[in-house]
Design a protein around this ligand. Structure first.
Ligand SMILES: Nc1ncnc2c1ncn2[C@@H]1O[C@H](COP(=O)(O)OP(=O)(O)OP(=O)(O)O)[C@@H](O)[C@H]1O
Ligand SMILES: [Mg+2]
Length: 371
């Protein structure tokens, strides 16, 4: 049976160093929920708290209505898959998968039934008598997954399960994990620092920075309407510009520091004349035009499906200290390709861009296109 996981105001400290700060999350029954954030933000720490390998200094973690803080790891009925294939090298595929059932002393016929079902699910029947050293990385990871699920855990925890695999296999495996997780319906907490993987696989994502939750939402919303500048720049690329709000009758405009103005109809009513904002524009939200923001093309990179240009803007237009400013062109939709050194004009797609408060802490735009 899968469960709902409530994490309420939990705190984790290593000595005097607080790694998880008053963190609250609710993970629904059957959901594939991803923790995403930079290295060291506390993803593994939080997963280990759910698993029972880390103490919980404050707050509670519940599976449904049951507080699990003091329940030992081996009594929490959790399946786990980690980065380093957790398969036993001296056991065959079949022996690996049946191990947890033997420990639980199930009958031979029940064990055989469940192991066969599971090997079928992860498409490993034909390899059941092989030892792990005779399997590819992806196949080993399938065995690890089968071994974690076969015990019918309440919760499945996965910590970067695909990071040892090559790019192509990672994509194949993430799709397999998604399918298997949906078929079995186990509440799953998935950890990755690969944002594309997170967007592809998750029902919802929590973006974490330094042990605090920045945003919890469905993948599309996280990308389209990031809650703050951190999320906007951590998930995908965002170019950041200085801007201020102008009010003209019923109309609300954003003025860039170059003087370029656009009208927006998705700002809240309480914005004020002259209010300073940060404008977030993703590379694909620029549109070449006769007027707009003037930029010089510093570099052009052909990436197959699209061309990515590195841009230079006049002083004061963009926020300082950004790694690069980028514009991307969908190759399938254009015949005009710019050259390094060209000076071009770019409009922005008003419906897609994001407007953040001056301190970068909140997005003023809330609407999201339905998907
Ligand atoms: N046993 C420990 N003792 C002291 N500090 C620790 C311990 N384990 C982790 N930390 C610290 O806690 C913080 C969070 O670590 P954690 O492993 O949870 O990060 P992470 O988000 O999983 O990062 P990564 O993406 O690199 O795996 C880091 O600053 C780390 O140095
Ligand atoms: Mg980690």
């Amino acid at each position: 049976m899968s469960v709902n996981i409530s994490i309420e105001n939990v705190v984790k400290k290593y000595g005097s160093n607080t790694v998880i700060h008053n963190l609250t999350l609710n993970i629904s029954d059957g959901e594939l929920f991803t923790l995403l954030g930079p290295s060291g933000c506390g993803k593994t720490t939080l997963l280990r708290m759910i698993a029972g390998f880390n103490s919980i200094e404050e707050g509670t973690i519940k599976f449904d209505d049951r507080v699990i803080n003091d329940i030992p790891a081996n009594k929490r009925n959790i399946g786990m898959v980690f980065q380093n294939y957790a398969v036993f090298p001296h056991m065959t595929v079949k022996e690996n998968v049946e191990y947890g059932l033997k420990v639980r002393k199930l009958s031979k016929s029940e064990i055989d039934k469940r192991v066969n079902e599971m090997l079928k699910l992860v498409k490993m029947q034909e390899f059941k008598d092989r030892f792990p050293e005779m399997l590819s990385g992806g196949q080993q990871q399938r065995v690890a997954l089968a071994r974690a699920i076969v015990i019918r855990p309440d919760v499945l925890l996965m910590d970067e399960p695909l990071s040892n695999l090559d790019a192509k296999l990672r994509i194949e495996m993430r799709s397999a994990i998604r399918d298997i997780q949906k078929e079995v319906g186990i509440t799953t907490v998935y950890v990755t620092h690969d944002q594309e993987e997170a967007l592809a696989i998750s029902d919802r994502i929590a973006v974490i920075k330094e042990g605090t939750v920045q945003q919890v939402d469905r993948p599309y919303n996280i990308y389209a309407r990031p809650e703050n500048v951190f999320v906007a720049t951590f998930i995908g690329h965002s170019n950041l510009f200085n801007g201020n709000i102008l009010l003209k009758g019923d109309k609300k405009l954003i003025q860039f520091s170059s003087g370029y103005k656009i009208e927006l109809n998705n700002l809240p009513p309480d914005v004020s004349e002259g209010q300073r904002v940060i404008v977030g524009v993703r590379p694909e939200e620029f549109i070449p035009a006769d007027d707009g923001l003037k930029a010089k093309i510093k570099k052009r990179v052909f990436l197959g499906r699209y061309i990515e240009y590195e841009l230079l803007f006049p002083e004061g237009i963009a926020l300082p200290n950004q790694p690069t400013l980028k514009f991307s062109q969908d190759v399938g939709k254009t015949n005009i390709i710019f050259n390094e050194g060209d000076v071009i004009c770019l409009k922005v797609n008003e419906e897609k861009i994001n407007i953040f408060t001056e301190n970068g802490m909140h997005n003023l735009v809330k609407d999201v296109m339905p998907v």
